[in-house]
Every structure is written in structure tokens, then in C-alpha cells.
Design a protein around this ligand. Sequence first.
Ligand code: SF4
Length: 247
Amino acid sequence: MGRATPQEVVLPLGVQVLADLPLAIDPDEVLRFQGYKKGVDAPTPDVRALFDDALAEGTRLMLPRAVVRWLPVEARGPDTLEAGGEVLTIPLAGERWGEVEYVAAAVVTIGDALERRVAALWESRELPLASMLDSVGSGAVESLAEYLNDVLCQQGLAAGLAVTNRISPGYADWDVAEQHTLFRLCPGSPVGVTLNAACFMTPGKSISLLVGAGARARVDHYFSQCARCWMRDCAYRRTPARRTVHR
Ligand code: SF4
């Protein structure tokens, strides 16, 4: 892969708001939220029909958006990254990500219309559809976070930087309390996402995330990002996609 020289680095530093993002909802992911195990539990035709109804309704209700902020890394430690005047404490960040020179903090959301509809369905005791629609929303926001990871990878590649897989507070040993630090770096307000004292985001179908980037950043060492990436025409693809890239 050709590397850009420092003068050519074109990372879009500053706050970016991305709207009209494409959504590809994986039925297996939605069914996983329903408690189905892939390759083990086969949904009945009734469940499939319920999924189709929920998907159609959910697709109408979702407003996928993201806010992103790239920042230069000011200092790195074995378990810390400093950027934007904040210290992020991420266990094993140094070993897992290597020499990251930039981080991107981001918040993705599908908006609140879907969860308001779910609440109304619960109220009217339409429980199966309420539950399936909620799972469609969960699958959609996961898909959105993956897509944003791929967009960030493309932005990093344009600047000659490898981009890591995303991580989120509350997962993989990263303390959920760090949500506040992440929100100070990249507030969710431009896309209507707020954070309360208990670290819950509103709307609930939102994900906050962080990626690292660097010419010598460690990527692909615990799974290949390209294998699940949606960027069909990426010239830098390191491994084939596991299945059809259908965005
Ligand atoms: S195919 Fe690989 S290199 Fe290209 S954007 Fe996707 S993850 Fe990045």
C-alpha cells in the first residue's frame, strides 16, 4: 500500500456529521437478538413473516446518522491514549493497536422514531412485533457502526494510515464510565444523542465508538476487518469479503 507523505495527509480533522448513511440489516443479526443461534435454530415461516413486517416498518422509521471527530494522539501508554486534552484509559491499547497517531471518536444512531413505535406496540400489547422491531433496530445500529468503521478505514487509507477495528466503552475491558470522556471528545448532540450520568445514551439505538489510525497501527491481528467490510470497490482490500458486499 502506498503511504502518503506527511504533507499529503488528508484526514478530515474536525467534526463531521454524516447523514443518509446506507443501512444493510443482516437477518441473522436480528434473529440473534431474538435468541436464535445461527446454524442451530431455524426460524419458522411465522417468525420470518414477522421479521419481514418489522424490517419494512423499521426501514421507514430509521434515520441513520453519525458524528465523527478525528484527533491527533498526543501521548500513548500501555493502557492509555491522550487526545484532545483527554486521557482515555483502554486496557492493553498499546499492545492491541500499536503505534496509533490518530483516533476517531464517533457516535452513530438510527434516531428515536423506531423506539417510540416499539413503546407504542408494547402499550397496545402487540408484543411479537414490538420485540422483533426492537431487534431490527438493534441489528440496524450495529450495521451502521460497522459501516462507519469502514468509512473511517477509507478516510485513513486516503491519508496513508491503517485503521483499527472499532471499540466501545463497556466492551472488551473498556470501562463504560469512559463514555463521558468519549462524549467530551465527540458530543452526540449534532445527531441528537445525549448521555446521562449512568452512561446510557438516548436514543437507545445509538453506539459510541473509537478507532485508532497510524502508518504502523496494528490491524487484522484478531480478525480480518476486510472480511466483513462493505466497501465493495476498495483498492486496498486485504482479504476477500466473506459474502456478497451488498450495500
Ligand atoms: S476493504 Fe479492508 S482496507 Fe478497504 S475499507 Fe474495508 S476494511 Fe478498509
